[in-house]
Design a binder for this molecule. Structure first.
Ligand code: AMP
Ligand code: GLY
Length: 432
């Protein structure tokens, strides 16, 4: 079969890489893809972004199904358009994708369906937002209401930082443009984060392996928020008891809530969770955000752990028969370290030659994100450039293998965190 993957990041490279291992797959097109997904004959990039052009291509090439990686095409309605054209596609409809594309909608949805989340209020007026912040005090969290690639969130430790963020998002400088026309201001939550991602076919839910991202640019979770600087899977903080609670308190009410609201959910659903301290049964469990797609970089370590035929799992997902399949997870731990360009996240520099890459092996793979091939040369062309991902018997060994490979990877100005996985090393593993 032929599969079309939409997107150009590390997540899409990892999905295409795993799908390509299925004996049933004859070709994977990645639109538009990156320097790592240009690997003919099995993987081929498709320089198309326009939905109608993609539909025409999928028809003409008899694509078995399409998998959508990023949020932007989902929010723009690519799933609705493909379905209207009678084509098979895995992802949420435009209406369902609002769970991610509008923080205000997502918060109201959670409140309506009893899904635990931080207390919040929404503002369009800067003066009112500032008055609310003054009344609440710091720390406090300010979120641009729209898609901002994980960078529209300010966790303000001081009142000044919070007020500046309002000027930035609602004031004259309008840094987030249309995405910043409305802000959600919410209660600061403390605890440890985890990414909990499931596949849903509208009715059945298939949870993926747990993972944890590292959102801050610098070691020890310092510096600005980014799209994610590294991830590992599994996340030992999600014990079996907590897994059950997350399914019961977050995922099932969300999927059932969407169905009740008349918007059956299909696609990946990613709950970004904040898990408070204490014994599992008593730990505060709150949703920071829903994403209507897989995480990036979480997908990279997760894909390294998939043992069975992923192409078949997607087939079931598109057909609404996810209850008839399962994913067989490698019990080992995978760690992915993101190498970002100089200047990321504010102003990433592009065009640096990537002069060395670690050789891929069964247990260590370099997934490309912001890379392109020009005249036979591999160049950087985005903020997050590569995600070096390794699998080993323990987190420490996986970390070591990933950093050994990072040390063999060279481009000018590369920045990466040296501590991916630090929280799990501090938490003794309790289960796989
Ligand atoms: P979001 O895009 O809403 O997940 O926010 C991005 C990041 O900001 C999260 O991964 C957290 O690290 C942080 N964050 C978001 N909301 C809160 C909150 N209410 N309290 C503390 N940190 C938060
Ligand atoms: N890694 C965080 C995200 O994909 O939203």
């Amino acid at each position: 079969m032929k599969i079309l993957v939409i997107g150009s990041g590390g997540r899409e490279h990892a999905l295409a890489w795993r799908l390509a291992q299925s004996p049933r797959v004859q070709k994977i097109y990645v639109a538009p893809g990156n320097g790592g997904t240009a690997q003919p004959p099995l993987l081929e990039n498709l320089p198309l972004q326009d939905t109608q052009a993609l539909i025409d291509f999928a028809r003409q090439e008899k694509i078995a199904y399409t998998v959508v990686g990023p949020e932007a095409p989902l929010a723009a309605g690519i799933v609705d358009a493909f379905r209207a054209a009678g084509l098979r596609i895995f992802g949420p409809t435009q209406a369902a994708a609002r769970l991610e594309s509008s923080k205000d909608y997502a918060k109201a949805f959670m409140l309506r369906h009893g899904i635990p989340t931080a207390a919040y209020q929404t503002f369009t007026d800067a003066a009112q937002a500032k008055a609310y912040i003054q009344a609440q005090g710091a720390p406090i969290v300010i979120k641009a209401d729209g898609l901002a690639a994980g960078k529209g969130v300010v966790v303000a430790q001081t009142l000044d930082e919070a007020l500046d963020a309002i000027d930035h998002m609602l004031g004259a400088d309008g840094a987030f443009g249309a995405a910043g026309a409305q802000v959600v201001i919410e209660e600061f939550l403390s605890g440890e984060e985890a990414s909990f991602i499931v596949m849903c076919d509208g009715q059945h839910i298939l949870p993926l392996a747990t993972s944890q991202d590292h959102k801050r640019l610098l070691d020890a979770d310092l510096g600005p928020n980014t799209g994610g600087m590294g991830a590992y899977s599994p996340a030992p903080i999600v014990t079996p008891a907590l897994h059950n609670r997350i399914m019961r308190e977050v995922i099932q009410p969300a999927i059932q809530g969407m169905a009740k609201d008349g918007i059956p959910y299909t696609g990946f659903l990613y709950a970004g969770l904040m898990i408070g301290d204490g014994a599992d049964a008593a730990r505060a469990l709150k949703v920071l955000e829903f994403n209507c797609r897989m995480g990036d970089p979480e997908t990279q370590p997760i894909m390294l752990r998939v043992k069975n035929d992923l192409a078949e799992v997607f087939d079931h997902a598109v057909d609404g028969t996810l209850d008839q399949t399962d994913i067989d997870w490698d019990r080992r731990t995978a760690v992915g370290v993101v190498l970002a360009a100089a200047g990321y996240p504010e102003a990433p520099q592009k065009g640096a030659p990537i002069t060395r890459l670690a050789p891929d092996t069964d247990t260590c793979v370099t997934f490309h994100a912001g890379t392109t091939r020009q005249d036979g040369q591999l160049l950087t062309c985005g903020g997050r450039v590569l995600c070096v991902t390794a699998l080993a018997d323990s987190l420490r060994r996986a970390q070591q293998a990933a950093y050994d490979a990072v040390n063999q990877t060279l481009f000018e100005g590369r920045q990466y965190r040296r501590d991916i996985g630090w929280r799990a090393l501090a938490t003794p593993p309790k289960h796989d």
